[in-house]
Design a protein around this ligand. Structure first.
Ligand code: 4AD
Ligand code: MG
Length: 460
């Protein structure tokens, strides 16, 4: 007998003589001649109801099956007598694979997100978190499909790297030197004696690698984990997060903005179409305005606005922001919120930022003061995409790196690419977790990552 998934069984058109499912008990209710057991196998939000007749040889044990126990059930799929479900299984055999004692922390009641973070190993067994992680999986698939349909190639950029793409110094150092060894200092052991013979860190972005491949394969993207040692404990920053980074050769800033907008729309459409049940849970229990927000994002054209225009709007707003607005400041989340939620009430693409607040690789505009940067801001999240046209002119790039005090030797290969057949190119990074937050309405990044890493937190 083949194992079935509840997801498949519930879509069945006909009754089935023999089915076998494995899953975890959500609830059990005993009546005179039957026990009713709700089982979930994680394949979908819905449980399947199992009817266990008292004629089963182990009925005594079945009547005592506890919430959380894993079970294996054979029986037949029949139209349900009860309300709320189309099919149920009349069991011919029930085995308890792994019992869960009464101390199982997920009893039938709603638990707070804060509590569930303390049992991150068990939270995917709840309705809400299983839905989050099914959506996460579905979105990964949709991202690859989006790019493949458009002829982009998937590049695996390295996780251990010697260069700081963002130049912000927020790298996690990777070393095999024994930091507990007192002779480390005495012997003046340094990076040269380290594993790679050089300082190495976890990557903050796959962009620099992606650029090299865009200048060879045309349109490429990376999609992988990135790491930032920023000591900020906000609801939208994690120390380890995933980023989607497309990079397009012969593409300017306008083309870059268009791709970002198209990608966001496509992904929202995808989950609305493919995951209606899980999405309904978020709309009903996490954020009542979610569906309206998402439909609105999908149907509205994103605003395109220069940084300086945005600063003017913010200044004229007469809102007393915690961080006062002046030309040259890095916009804070309160400013992003005002633009997307109060002023325009839709996604906004800000472009052409002052060069002083952006990394070295962004293309210098003719005014010599701004760079061809673009950030996409969405309601509820703020910045979800950050990108730019890249500086493809060798001399301008080198000047910029000098100006910013970067150690050019570390980037020799990157600079070299501007020497041989350099070409205009553009790309961006989309925060994968911020995307999941946007489509689920979940407000804390810790709750969309299987095992989140934030300052002071590396349990699990
Ligand atoms: O704006 P960022 O720093 O851009 C880059 O890293 C570029 N190298 C990307 C590129 O052009 N290829 O980061 C891109 C996005 C942000 O807009 C945000 O959505 C997300 O990555 N992000 C974070 N997400 C979670 N936790 C953090 N600490 C994040 N930092 C950035
Ligand atoms: Mg950014």
């Amino acid at each position: 007998m083949n194992r079935s998934k509840i997801h498949r069984l519930l879509q069945s058109k006909n009754p089935l003589e023999q089915v076998l499912i494995n899953g975890w008990v959500r609830t059990r209710r005993n009546s005179k001649d039957f026990s009713f057991i709700e089982v979930n196998d994680g394949s979908c939000l819905k449980n399947i109801q199992i009817i266990a007749p008292s004629s089963l040889p182990n009925y005594g044990d079945i009547q005592r099956i506890t919430t959380g126990s894993s079970v294996s059930i054979a029986g037949s799929l029949v139209p349900s007598q009860g309300k709320g479900q189309s099919w149920e299984i009349v069991a011919t055999q029930i085995s308890v694979i792994g019992p869960a004692p009464e101390t199982f922390p997920l009893q039938k009641k709603r638990h707070s997100d804060e509590f569930l973070r303390t049992i991150a190993h068990l939270r995917p067994r709840t309705n809400k978190y299983s839905a989050v992680f099914r959506i996460r999986s579905e979105l990964s698939y949709a991202i690859h499909t989006f790019f493949r349909d458009r002829g982009f190639r998937y590049i695996h950029s390295p996780i251990i790297t010697g260069s700081d793409c963002e130049g912000a110094g927020e790298m996690f150092r990777v070393t095999t030197l024994d930091i507990h060894n007192p002779s480390l200092r005495e012997k003046k052991l340094n990076a040269e004696q380290d594993f790679f013979g050089k300082e190495a860190s976890l990557t903050v972005s796959g962009q620099l690698s992606a650029e090299m491949f865009a200048l060879a394969l045309g349109d490429v993207y990376t999609f992988g984990p990135t790491f930032r040692a920023e000591n900020s404990n906000t609801r939208r920053h994690a120390a380890e997060f995933w980023m989607i980074e497309p990079e397009m050769a012969f593409c300017d800033l306008a083309g870059n903005m268009n791709l970002g907008e198209e990608l966001l729309r496509y992904l929202i459409h995808h989950v609305l179409r493919e995951c209606p049940e899980d999405m309904a849970l978020f709309g009903n229990f996490v954020d009542k305005t979610l569906m309206d927000t998402l439909h609105h994002i999908v149907s509205s054209e994103f605003v395109r606005l220069s940084y300086s225009e945005a600063v003017e709007i913010l200044k004229k707003s007469k809102v007393s922001f915690e961080y006062p607005v002046n030309y040259g400041i890095d916009l804070q989340s309160e400013h992003e919120k005002f633009l997307t939620e109060t002023h325009f009430k839709k996604p906004v693409i800000l472009h052409d930022y002052p060069k002083t607040i952006k990394p070295f690789y962004m293309r210098l505009n003719a005014d010599q003061q701004t760079v061809a940067a673009m950030d996409i801001l969405v309601p509820g999240i703020g910045e979800i995409v950050g990108g730019s046209q890249r500086e493809e002119r060798l001399e301008v790039l080198e000047n910029r790196m000098d100006e910013m005090g970067l150690f050019k030797e570390n980037y020799w290969w990157y600079i070299d690419s501007r020497r041989y057949g350099s070409a205009p190119h553009s790309g961006f990074g989309m925060g994968f977790e911020r995307l999941i937050m946007m489509v689920t309405g979940i407000s804390n990044i810790r709750d969309v990552i299987p095992f989140p890493r934030t300052p002071g937190n590396i349990d699990f």
